[in-house]
Design a binder for this molecule. Structure first.
Ligand SMILES: [Cu+2]
Length: 115
């Protein structure tokens, strides 16, 4: 009985450890920038190129806040995000959703023009 109890305790402990390791958290970033390329325009149909301002609260794949400097880079649109009224050259604000687990992903979940 004592051994069975110890096994149960260690299984529970392992589950707590693996659950925390696998727990998914979404992080959201508000990213301002200028659109340099629209989907399909030599890019994948869900891809856009944006010259973005610094993202001070950006996290790397370990979850550490490392920030991201200003740069031009591709962003990927979450399925169903509308680009109606958005064109290359527009100043925009993106809402980017990032997941670290089970897979590192970053997707634009909304986009709006700014002045
Ligand atoms: Cu960047």
């Amino acid at each position: 009985m004592r051994i069975a109890g110890a096994i149960v305790v260690s299984l529970v402990a392992m589950c707590v450890v693996c659950a925390s390791a696998l727990a998914d958290t979404a992080y959201y970033y508000s990213v301002k920038g200028i659109i340099k390329g629209m989907p399909g325009d030599g890019l994948a149909k869900n891809e856009m190129l944006v010259k973005h301002q610094p993202i001070p609260d950006y996290r790397d794949d370990s979850g550490a806040i490392v920030g991201m400097m200003a740069m031009t880079m591709p962003f990927y649109l979450k399925e169903g995000v509308s680009l109606e009224g958005i064109k290359a050259g527009d100043a925009v604000e993106l809402k980017v959703e990032q997941h670290l687990h089970p897979k590192f992903t970053e997707e634009v979940v909304s986009i709006k023009r700014v002045e």
